[in-house]
Design a protein around this ligand. Structure first.
Ligand code: UVW
Length: 324
């Protein structure tokens, strides 16, 4: 959970920033995912044409360099063997009739430490979370707007992929490179696809490919600033008009890290997630999916995802599944 500097954030977003608080009732914890009703599931299914499947989670806990790409300060999963073949040879080894052996692991995981859904209440300013919940409700574990309601519902609908890196003729966007809704529309038109109301919007920047290819965390984090969407009131209105339920990207934070004009960090987390209730899915691996879409020119498909049901969680790892 991240508290952002309230006055600067409020000044940037404005006192009357677009908001969906109350739209789905005073107890809502799903936000824009409410748009994904049964009709949207069936609309998504219509975009399965060949039956190819793609999983979008990165490998969790690679031991080889460069490890897992993470927001600064977080650590990758720490997985430990509790039982393996060596546990069954010595004195005091567990014994089960019939010669059964098995392996067990434990893991210490940052819930935002892999491909993940953010809880809607994961980020806030002015002491209020999504739907106006008091930020004090996060103390000791998120009582409101945790990841659990998202996990209970599951996310299913028509996904549309916009490949900004391919559109700009690059393997990956540069550090701090920005784009906005007009660029998305331009790229969509070039790809021959329309971003429709209620689409799960998936954007590829190539940034994860850069992480793995660079294989140099020191250089990656030096002057850390991801490429991504950049805040403007018009961009927020565009997301609101399209009723986008879920934004998925192959970056760690789904937006350019610092607003280029004000320097405010992650304003779209506040404008889109805190205020509009749009679910954010980060660190999604999109390269094979993008190659397949580019090969046959079909950029829409069925997107499905069910994050882990972590009670009071600020987020949860997920392995989204696309069927096209
Ligand atoms: C922060 O909010 C800092 O991170 P995330 O990208 O996980 O949302």
């Amino acid at each position: 959970m991240t508290e952002v500097d309230a006055p600067a954030m409020r000044e940037l977003l404005g006192d009357n920033a677009p908001s969906n608080w109350g739209k789905w009732g005073p107890d809502d914890e799903l936000g824009a995912l409410n748009y994904l009703d049964t009709r949207e599931v069936l609309r998504g299914v219509q975009h399965i044409k060949t039956g190819e499947t793609f999983t979008l989670q990165i490998h969790m806990g690679r031991t080889e360099s460069p490890g897992d790409p993470l927001w600064p300060g977080r650590e990758g999963i720490k997985r430990q063997n509790v039982l393996d073949e060596s546990s069954w040879d010595g004195d005091g080894a567990p014994a089960f009739p019939g010669g059964l052996h098995y392996a067990d692991d434990t893991a210490l995981v940052f819930l935002q430490g892999s491909t993940q859904y953010d809880a809607l209440g994961h980020v806030w300013y002015d002491g209020k979370l999504w739907n106006g919940y008091d930020a004090r409700s996060t103390v000791g574990g998120m009582e409101k707007a945790s990841v659990l309601p998202i996990a209970e519902k599951g996310v299913v609908g028509r996904g549309v992929l916009i490949d900004m890196a391919r559109h700009r003729g690059k393997p990956y966007l540069d550090k701090g490179e920005t784009f906005d809704h007009r660029d998305l529309e331009e790229a969509a038109a070039a790809q021959g696809v329309t971003i429709e109301p209620h689409d799960i919007l998936i954007i590829r920047t190539g940034w994860l490919k850069y992480w793995y290819e660079l294989n140099n965390p020191e250089q990656f984090y030096d002057g850390f600033c991801e490429p991504g969407l950049t805040y403007s009131p018009e961009l927020v209105e565009w997301f609101q008009d399209k009723e986008i339920p879920n934004l998925v990207t192959d970056t760690i934070a789904n937006e350019v890290t610092y607003d280029p004009q004000s320097g405010v960090a992650l304003p779209l987390h506040c404008a889109l997630m805190r205020n509009l209730g749009i679910a954010l899915t980060e660190i999604a691996w999109l390269d094979e999916l993008a190659d397949a879409c580019a090969a046959d020119g079909r950029w829409s498909f069925l997107y499905t995802a069910a994050p882990l049901k972590v009670v009071n969680g600020t987020g949860a790892p997920v392995n989204p599944l696309v069927i096209r």
